[in-house]
Design a protein around this ligand. Structure first.
Ligand SMILES: [Fe+2]
Ligand SMILES: [Fe+2]
Length: 296
């Protein structure tokens, strides 16, 4: 199956009613939006969406931060821009990022759920969705409203995750965990993640360990990668970076990941856009990734 993974679209607009953002300092918000305006090229969304649609994916996964301040106008923009990809809700999964819970009011009004909830699994997190026979996606939500960018998976969700993992383990399934926050980052980005990390990431990693081989699809750090952390073993962590990011230093690219699952083999290809032209880079190509643990 062909999975398209994108993240951190970050629609934005200049906030004319800063009092809406009670609980955030006005300065931080103005600074945030000013930075977003320069770095997130929303005019590049249309060609990005067209390229994704042309790949004819079996499933599309969006790992959060569709917006910047969780404003209605930002959610509307994101929904409108992604519309060509949202025709079949059975083939799209969207989970929230911390920016989609930016204000208490957005959380209280369940704004993410109003605009993208139909592309989630049913019931409380963590939920599961069957993407194809033998392929299961697990959705997690450690986002929190408030001044911090650090996430925390509530204890009740962690406990449910442990039970869920127990029920999925040893069944020869291809398991894909979707969570906005990475558990760890490659060395180049570890410092970057630290200030906005997932608290108690080690507990989540321990909860996932019994799964054995699994994909962990995240976003949050605006840099594409495919890397295998030291723990849990047999995890391949995939991050597409931010979909329309323009890095002033030119180190990080905008785009998305195309993940091919062929029986037990996994191949992750980055589609990156440089000055309007696209290229493809293979980030991971692992045969026999899924399946039972290799004999020791
Ligand atoms: Fe983000
Ligand atoms: Fe984020």
């Amino acid at each position: 199956m062909r999975l398209i993974h994108l993240s951190d679209v970050h629609t934005w607009r200049i906030e004319r009613r800063p009092w809406r953002l009670l609980g955030k300092t006005a300065f931080a918000t103005v600074e945030l939006l000013a930075g977003r305006a320069g770095r997130f090229r929303l005019d590049r969304l249309e060609p990005l969406v067209a390229r994704i649609a042309a790949r004819e994916p079996d499933h599309i996964l969006v790992t959060g931060d569709l917006t910047t301040t969780a404003a209605v106008a930002e959610f509307e923009h994101a929904r409108r821009a992604l519309a060509p990809l949202l025709n079949d809700r059975g083939r799209v999964t969207v989970i929230p990022g911390n920016h989609d819970r930016y204000t208490w009011s957005a959380v209280r009004r369940r704004r993410f759920e109003a605009y993208f909830g139909e592309f989630s699994g049913t019931g409380p997190y963590p939920w599961t969705r069957v993407l194809a026979p033998g392929t299961v996606l697990v959705g997690l939500d450690p986002t929190r409203a408030g001044a911090t960018a650090r996430g925390r998976l509530p204890e009740v969700q962690l406990e449910r995750l442990r039970k869920l993992v127990e029920s999925l383990s040893g069944k020869n399934l291809r398991v894909i965990v979707a969570c906005h926050y990475p558990l760890a980052a490659p060395p180049l980005w570890a410092k970057h993640l630290h200030s906005k990390r997932l608290l108690h990431a080690d507990d989540v990693a321990r909860a996932l360990e019994p799964l054995g081989a699994h994909l962990y699809c995240c976003g949050h750090v605006h840099a594409p990668w495919a890397f295998a952390p030291s723990f849990p073993p047999r995890q391949l962590c995939l991050n597409p970076g931010a979909a329309v990011f323009r890095d002033p230093n030119g180190h990080r690219h905008a785009g998305f990941l195309e993940v091919e699952l062929d029986h037990n083999d996994v191949r992750a290809v980055e589609h990156l856009c440089l000055d309007g032209s696209w290229s493809e880079v293979t980030l991971a190509n692992v045969s026999s990734f899924f399946g039972p643990s290799p004999a020791k």
